[in-house]
Design a protein around this ligand. Structure first.
Ligand code: ADE
Ligand code: ZN
Length: 333
């Protein structure tokens, strides 16, 4: 099996994808039209031209604007269903999707509308495509901790449908320490916890996510490499990093893919995984990310298999399920 065939054949789990970041321009136009909402673009081509980012904030401004057309339960369903179809194409058999409730509740959309639409798509993905999933709700870190507490309160009636909480949006200037109390409350309520850290922010933010938020995984974390003591800690604790190569390239976290550190991290024993982050905005879904790093870094088939194994080990599925997928990967030649 050559490298491209192996990437396609590998079963994979996606652990870092923002469902609002899977919003393809074609679907955005269709939903805007049926909801009679005007968007500041005349064509799909014009939308794509606007996806010319130079850092995280320049992306987030456009990403939040795009989410404004999502109003009804059916809109959230359609958004998630379109992503599940991409998963099926890429042999992503399990996904743990982020959603940003505040992006919607702050516009007057009920929490229930969002969760019902997403949950129905998850149920259909299991029934029709055999894809399993979990939902992780993220607090927007540019907003206050008080606002995050309100969001946690709103989520409690849906606790059985949300496996964890996360932290996303503008990183620099909004360290994990800002959310220490609300994460403690979320953990007490039984949520697993993850946080974006070390994407644009410094290694110090990764320490805070570990020590103060007590996360189960770090999202991104690529800047951890700048701190050798932190690297030792990540390796010793087998702490997963959900790395997103095309995102890092598009947001200028790295200058070109040959400079990406995912292979060095893997070789040093860090538990890295490959993910798409906001695939509609960054130019590719799961397999596009695998292909981009495999080609730029000349990854071996063994390394590609290890990355796929890591994705299941770092996931929130049962040990039995993990073992089932890992055995299937190990059997691939
Ligand atoms: N929200 C969506 N994508 C994000 C990213 N890459 N970093 C932080 N917040 C985000
Ligand atoms: Zn992200």
């Amino acid at each position: 099996m050559n490298r491209l065939e192996l990437i396609q054949a590998l079963p994979k789990a996606e652990l870092h994808v923002h469902i609002e970041g899977t919003f393809e321009p074609e679907l955005m136009f269709a939903i805007a039209q049926r909801n009679e909402i005007s968007i500041p673009y005349k064509s799909v081509e014009e939308v794509k031209q606007a996806y010319n980012f130079h850092n995280l904030q320049s992306f987030l401004d456009i990403y939040y604007a795009g989410a404004n057309v999502l109003i009804h339960e059916q809109d959230f369903y359609d958004l998630a269903w379109a992503y599940f179809e991409k998963c099926a194409d890429d042999n992503v058999v399990h996904t743990e999707m982020f959603f940003d409730p505040q992006t919607h509740t702050d516009r007057g959309i009920a929490f229930e509308t969002v969760i019902n639409g997403l949950q129905k798509a998850c149920d259909d993905a299991k029934a029709k495509l055999g894809i399993t999933s979990h939902l992780i709700m993220c607090f927007l870190r540019h907003l206050s901790e008080e606002a995050a507490f309100e969001t946690l309160e709103q989520a409690l009636p849906y606790k059985d449908r949300i496996i964890g909480v996360g932290l996303d949006s503008s990183e620099v200037g909004h360290p994990p320490s800002k959310f220490e109390c609300v994460f403690a409350k979320a953990r007490e309520a039984g949520f697993l916890v993850v946080a974006h850290a070390g994407e644009e922010g410094p290694a110090e933010y990764v320490w805070e996510a570990l020590d103060l938020l007590k996360v189960n995984r770090i999202d991104h974390g690529v800047r951890s490499e700048e701190d050798p003591e932190l690297m030792q800690r990540l390796i010793a604790e087998k702490m997963p990093l959900t790395v997103c190569p095309l995102s890092n390239l598009k947001l200028c976290v790295v200058d070109d893919m040959q400079q990406h550190n995912i292979r060095r991290l893997l070789q040093q024993g860090v538990h890295v995984t490959v993910n798409s982050d906001d695939p509609s905005y960054f130019g590719g879904y799961m397999n596009d990310n695998f292909i981009a790093i495999a080609e730029a870094l000349d990854l071996s088939n063994e390394e590609l298999k290890q990355l796929a194994i890591n994705s299941f080990e770092a996931s929130f599925i049962s040990d039995t399920e993990k073992q089932k997928w890992i055995s299937l990967i190990q059997a691939l030649v």
